[in-house]
Design a binder for this molecule. Structure first.
Ligand code: ZN
Length: 310
């Protein structure tokens, strides 16, 4: 079995405004967020937190020219424990929450209280490049304390403090209840606007006021908005030029072959005891929660090769 790939309807646009001094990204990630929630069997609040983080990672990656892998890591003291999201330059993203079932009461506005499950802690971003072509470079790693726990503001704080890029980041996941009482993700997406040092202050002021007046991203997506429509809403009268539009999706790089190769790297004596006691082996991918099972004859073959030093 090969890696999974879902979310064919999700898309991201990259655009510029003010002659390149404003970088803008927007994405609709409804299927990506829903796939993550389904795979990890998350609570509703964690579905929102994870969906926002995956969307933020995709948007952050779209604003970068050179990287193979971008990892956003939230290490937090709230019941959620932590979130890891990893994306590549091809718009694929995968991720997980440490405690997917974490829960918090609704906030006073009747919304899922993401900041309550996140709590305090640290927000890390790591860019890696070159490893796919054997020219691995020293990764770039930045970190900031968690300032809000609502995730969007934490991305903005990270960009401002660690990359010195003043930014507006809007991330949303809208959950709705079916008549059966079961909830589902009806809309997810986000907008990221980055201000370069040469930006016209009047344009920046215009964007600040339009961003603060823009309707909720998820309300727009629910109404059928595409990524460029989200940018139009966020930028108001400021003209922008779309440079690229591409699909994005929840996708994992794990596979049965990789699971077998990982199991094969275990010490022979341990493999022998697994064969004796468990009559097989199972490995679950953290990122996508897929479980790969090696049956008894399969494990016996691995043990045999391990004894022969293969
Ligand atoms: Zn996986």
């Amino acid at each position: 079995m090969t890696g999974t790939n879902h979310g064919a309807g999700d898309r991201l646009v990259r655009a510029t405004a003010d002659e390149g001094q404003i970088r803008c990204m927007a994405a609709v990630t409804t299927e990506t967020a829903a796939e993550a929630a389904r795979r990890h069997k998350t609570s509703e609040t964690v579905a929102a937190a994870l969906g926002r983080t995956l969307t933020g990672a995709l948007l952050l990656g779209a604003g970068q020219k050179e990287f193979d892998r971008l990892t956003v890591q939230i290490e937090c003291s709230g019941p959620l424990g932590g979130i890891t999201a990893e994306t590549n330059a091809r718009g694929q993203v995968r991720g997980y929450a440490r405690n997917p079932e974490a829960h918090a009461p609704l906030n006073p506005d009747g919304k899922f209280d993401v900041s309550a499950v996140v709590g305090g802690g640290m927000f890390y971003v790591t860019y890696e490049s070159g490893y796919e072509v054997g020219l691995y470079r020293e990764p770039y790693r930045g970190s900031v304390p968690i300032v809000s726990g609502e995730i969007g503001e934490d991305f903005a704080y990270y960009l401002a403090k660690s990359e010195q890029i003043p930014s507006a980041v809007l991330l949303g996941v809208l959950l709705r209840a079916r008549e059966s009482g079961e909830t589902f993700i009806e809309a997810a997406g986000g907008v990221m606007i980055q201000v370069m040092p040469g930006a016209d202050p009047r344009v920046v002021a215009a964007i600040e006021s339009s961003v603060s007046a823009t309707p909720h991203t998820t309300a727009l997506i629910r109404g059928g908005a595409r990524p460029a429509d989200l940018l139009r809403a966020a930028l108001g009268d400021v003209p922008f030029e779309v440079l690229e539009e591409r699909p994005v999706a929840f996708a994992c790089t794990c596979s049965y072959e990789r699971a077998v190769s990982l199991i094969s790297s275990i010490e022979t004596s341990e493999l022998e005891s697994m064969l004796r006691e468990d009559k097989g082996a199972a490995l679950t991918c953290h990122f996508c929660n897929e479980t790969y099972r090696v049956d008894e004859p399969g494990l016996a073959g691995i043990v045999e090769r391990s004894r022969n030093g293969a």
